[in-house]
Design a binder for this molecule. Sequence first.
Ligand code: NAP
Length: 273
Amino acid sequence: MIILDGKAVSEKVLENVKETVQNLSRQPHLAVILAGDNTASKIYVNNKQKAAEKVGIKSTIIELPAITSEDNLLSIIKGLNADDDVTGILVQLPLPEHINKNKVMNTISPQKDVDGFTPENVGKLAIGLEPYFYPATPQGIIMLLDEYKIPIEGADAVILGRSNIVGKPMAQMLLRRNATVTICHSYTKDLETKIKTADIVISAVGKKIVRCKMDRNNSCVVDVGIFRNDNGKLTGDVEFDLVSPSCGYITPVPGGVGPMTIASLMYNASKVY
Ligand code: NAP
């Protein structure tokens, strides 16, 4: 069994991004909007800013109070769309409840949508056109699988979770690479059989849900989940000690998908349209 070292691969990706940025004729500039005072969001935004600094991407954080109006947020985004110095826009989720997320996504210019969440980029991914940006987490997972030369073409891939940020784009990206994809969710029957018989399992649920031995020798188990267990310790969806001896490849938590997501986001932020 091989542990997929997301930390090491992410550093390699970041090195490449740094080199790309150095060779660009203009410095990319990522604008991050943080609305409200969600503690986890603040940590994520700080991490993104640190990573941007490391690879030479300029970043600006625009902090807005939780009571900020939807109109104000939309007009800030429109200003960033029109600002030639800004090459990427990221709106940190979740947004305060009174703000319509879809309206916000619909306002970001697709050419600056480094998260790949705007309807144009999501639609392009769905119909097989090239989006300006692929969503960071699934793109980071594909980078990790490719680094370890894990075969995707023809593989039976089972995705747990159908969120817009992970499950659905992951399915589209694996389908593009000619995997046979099954998407599971809270209504899925006989989850364990589906997990066991897969070549690739990608779990993005946020609960300890992968707790069975894998049937196929060289199967690959990717754990996207990250949450705190009853003892307050950060953990993932996969019962690592139980699953790891039965599979070929597995990601740890932490040190797997998390760092790949950041590196993949920086890869996106280095693209200038
Ligand atoms: P999410 O919006 O939290 O949704 C969870 C998904 O899991 C839903 O589709 C839900 O199904 C499904 N689900 C819940 N219970 C299930 C069950 N018993 N069996 C099968 N499916 C079940 O998803 P998310 O935003 O993608 O986040 C998932 C996890 O990944 C979280 O722990 C999050 O923190 C983590 N995450 C990590 C990264 C990273 O970079 N490491 C990035 C993004 C997310 P329904 O649709 O039927 O409700």
